[in-house]
Write a protein that binds this ligand. Structure first.
Ligand SMILES: Cc1cc2nc3c(=O)[nH]c(=O)nc-3n(C[C@H](O)[C@H](O)[C@H](O)COP(=O)(O)O)c2cc1C
Length: 274
């Protein structure tokens, strides 16, 4: 039996959460849990045995598991293999991401025995428009560890069993925030229908010193070797380049940042079941 963790995590929050969970599992079981980070790798072709345990994490994009995370994890095959799925979201809502993640792994032969929704700093968070800035923080990491320990206890006792991921419920934001966001989205969609506009990361060439960090962290290889050129068709707007740039030369303007910052600033706690 092996315990394996996999993540896809452009800005590192899904990776940090799964590491916290892995630590808890390791503490309870005394076993090493290996992490395979697929952020900069192609899809994995891997088959797991019936007695293995697989821990997965990935970001929520638009209320679902990010499509690229599915692409990268798409080569996994289980044989009834026990699997824990963890969606990491930016404090707005995880909506269908956890059930989406669960169905995705079930279709590939896994049995979902645990699920979690944790909060990570929103990809669009900036100093001017903070959204869950700094998360997962110490309290989140402690909760990740607690979740891991609960998984580890059940592995040790042989009692990991199928759960219903739909049992994890979003923590509702105040009604006024939800109404503000809904009105914003409707207006945004109307504007996009009238005159579509794509928001992409841009470089301030005065600030850019050509260090290449952005090129190295881009999960889709969308940034040209000079750190300036961008293949718009490849860019998934994950903001890895923005967050990694040591010069602050990269920014992504999106009208979502302000409305998210204004309406989803009440801290949401992680939720999990095992
Ligand atoms: C395109 C896009 C869509 C997103 N959609 C949501 C969402 O629906 N709900 C939410 O709370 N956060 C959303 N986020 C924020 C991310 O889920 C969050 O920042 C997550 O921690 C990023 O994970 P990573 O650090 O592993 O990349 C979105 C981010 C991006 C880039």
């Amino acid at each position: 039996m092996k315990i394996q963790a996999l993540t896809f995590s452009p800005t590192g929050t899904s990776a940090r959460v799964i590491e916290g969970i892995m630590n808890g599992v390791g503490e309870e079981t005394g076993r090493d849990v290996a992490l395979l980070d697929l952020t900069l790798k192609e899809s994995v072709e891997r088959t797991y045995d019936a007695d293995d345990v697989v821990l997965l994490s990935g970001p929520v994009y638009g209320g679902k598991l990010a499509p690229i995370a599915k692409q990268r994890l798409g080569g996994m095959k289980g044989a009834g293999t026990r699997c824990i799925v963890v969606a990491v979201y930016g404090n707005r809502a995880f909506e269908n991401a956890v059930t989406d993640f669960a169905s995705f792994v079930e279709e590939r032969g896994f049995t979902v025995v645990g699920a979690g929704a944790f909060v990570g700093e929103h990809s669009y968070s900036t100093d001017e428009t903070p959204i869950a800035a700094g998360r997962p923080d110490a309290a989140d990491m402690e909760e990740a560890r607690r979740f891991g320990r609960a998984i580890g206890e059940k592995i040790a006792a042989g009692t990991l069993a199928k759960i219903d991921a739909a049992g994890l419920k979003d923590i509702p934001a105040p009604a006024e925030s939800l109404a503000n966001f809904k009105a914003f989205v409707m207006d945004y969609q109307r504007q996009q229908a009238e005159s579509p506009r794509v928001y992409l990361p841009v470089v301030d060439e005065e600030l850019c010193n050509g260090c290449g960090s952005c090129v190295d962290v881009c999960p889709t290889g969308a940034i040209a070797a000079d750190g300036i050129g961008l293949d718009a068709a490849k860019c998934i707007k994950c903001c890895a380049c923005v967050k990694e740039c040591p010069q602050g030369a990269r920014t992504l303007y999106t009208p979502f940042a302000k409305v998210l910052s204004a309406n989803f600033n009440a801290r949401k706690a992680p939720v999990w079941i095992v």
